[in-house]
Design a protein around this ligand. Structure first.
Ligand code: ATP
Ligand code: AMO
Length: 434
């Protein structure tokens, strides 16, 4: 690492070398200021034209905004400077000159649309509020990992190039794998179950999932980060407890460790960790409650999936996170187990934020013969899944788990309008690069 001082550590009386980007230059005539920005903040560099070397002043004031410079000099206290200190430069080097025609203004004075921002992510990330989102994202993922470890889970990594889909045949990205048909994985579903069936027992994974979904919405990505859990000897309610614990741990970590970032985003006053237990409504109770709101043109009937406006009506009615449990078996995938008392009801659950679904999960079908029947009922060929089903013949414990959308978690925690704001380089219908 080159010898340099981060701007936040520059103290009056220090001789420092600071390095970073030219954020702004203000030339007031006899005196001029350059604001240098690095990952920790900004610092003012003062140019007193009559008292300083002409070449140094000229180099410093002619440099285009967003160029990278390195400045050595002395730090002094200056109450009028943005951070209360300023540097009087003795040496200034232009390390990398920027084109004066910037496609995006990192100082944020000129607004840019999302597409321009995503096309120029490096410049976009130079904005404090964009950097804050990704610092918080990193903190959320750290806290999620730690919480899973407290829940005695082992982190796993499963393949992303796979032979079969799990979440419905239409949403797969096909690829060619040495001449054979293969797919990008839609979910670590089958792999996490295979590991939960060993004596590792409780596992989690944070990794990419790929969905060839056609919709172009503010809450869908074609490549998303899935936070998955699977636990042996767990039922659906145990998995819901874990999901609730993970979501709350994420909020708590943001409150405890991201106060500066929340302030940058203007969220410091309104930010709240959800309190109390998340209510658990059965699917039947949910549709009754939705119908009672009168918000839908047509009443829902048992067996319907919940359209977006139904989720919204219920979200407004409940006013916080909540679970929907005991979904009709016919609208849940083959790996979800039915309830013991009623085979038309499944153990499948969703965790909802008032704005959208965050989690799907359930107890799994661990009985080999029932699993094979489930494939057949859903029109799938069990032979294709033999690599998975055969392990159910050698001692598969009851188990349950869930998948939590990482970007949806970040988006709902921070109130972002568009899921693309929660991922550095989003993949959507129109976007394959950068
Ligand atoms: P000084 O206090 O350095 O003698 P000044 O009041 O004589 O400054 P100029 O030197 O012409 O005036 O500065 C022009 C403007 O810049 C003034 O509005 C002043 O308040 C402001 N200014 C001067 N020095 C600083 C500084 N170190 N940081 C921020 N603003 C400054
Ligand atoms: P599901 O398909 O519901 O369940 O996905 C789980 C969670 O992942 C998130 N998610 C998405 N986020 C952004 N863009 C997408 N296109 C997208 N698709 C899904 C959502 C969703 O709730 N195997 C099961 C999970 C399980 O049972 O363990 C599964 O994948 O937040």
């Amino acid at each position: 690492m080159q010898d340099r001082t981060y701007t936040e550590n520059a103290e009056p009386g220090d001789e420092v070398t600071v390095a970073g980007w030219v954020h702004e230059i203000r030339d007031l005539g006899g005196i001029a200021f350059l604001i240098l920005r690095d990952t920790t903040g900004k610092i003012q560099i003062k140019f007193e034209k009559d008292e300083m070397d002409d070449e140094l002043v000229e180099t410093g004031l002619d440099v285009a905004r967003e160029s990278v410079i390195r400045v050595s000099g002395s730090v002094e206290e200056e109450p009028r400077a943005p951070t209360g200190v300023e540097v009087t430069p003795e040496e200034l080097e232009v390390v990398s000159e920027a084109d004066p025609e910037l496609p995006l203004d990192p100082s944020g004075k000129v607004d840019a649309d999302l597409s321009t921002r995503l096309d120029n992510r490096t410049l976009d990330l130079r904005k404090d509020e964009v950097q804050a989102v990704f610092e918080i994202r990193a903190e959320i993922l750290r806290a999620v990992r730690e919480q899973f470890r407290e829940f005695h889970c082992t982190e796993i990594n499963t393949p992303k190039i796979v032979a079969t889909g799990t979440e419905g045949g239409t949403e797969l990205f096909p690829i060619t794998y040495f001449g054979e048909e293969a797919f990008m994985n839609q979910s670590p579903q089958l792999f996490k179950q295979l590991i939960a069936g060993s004596n590792v027992e409780r596992v989690f994974e944070i990794g990419p999932i790929f969905r060839a979904e056609e919709h172009n919405t503010p809450r869908h990505l074609n490549e998303a980060t899935s936070i998955d859990f699977e636990g042996a000897f767990c039922d659906a309610h145990d998995a819901m407890d874990v999901a609730e614990g993970i979501v709350k741990a994420a909020y708590e970590a943001v409150t405890e460790n991201c106060s500066e970032e929340l302030e940058t985003l203007g969220l410091e006053d309104e930010f709240e960790v959800p309190d109390g237990d998340f209510p658990r409504l059965t699917y039947e109770e949910a549709i009754e409650r939705i119908n009672a709101t009168g918000e839908l043109d047509e009443q829902l009937v048992w067996g319907d999936d919940l359209p977006t406006e139904a989720e919204k009506a219920l979200g407004d009615d409940v006013g916080g996170h909540y679970f929907i449990t005991e979904w009709p078996s016919e609208i849940k995938p083959f790996y979800i187990k039915d309830t013991d008392d009623d085979e038309t009801l499944s153990t499948g659950f969703d965790l909802m934020h008032p704005r959208m679904e965050l989690v799907s999960g359930g107890q799994r079908e661990h009985r080999h013969e029932h699993l094979i029947e489930g494939f057949e009922q859903q029109g799938l060929d069990p032979d294709q899944f033999e690599y998975y089903t055969k392990m159910f013949k050698y001692g598969m414990p009851p188990h349950a788990g869930f998948g939590l959308g990482g970007e949806r978690l970040i988006m709902t925690i921070l109130g972002l309008d568009n899921i693309r704001e929660a991922v550095l380089f989003p993949r959507d219908r129109q976007r394959l690069s950068p």
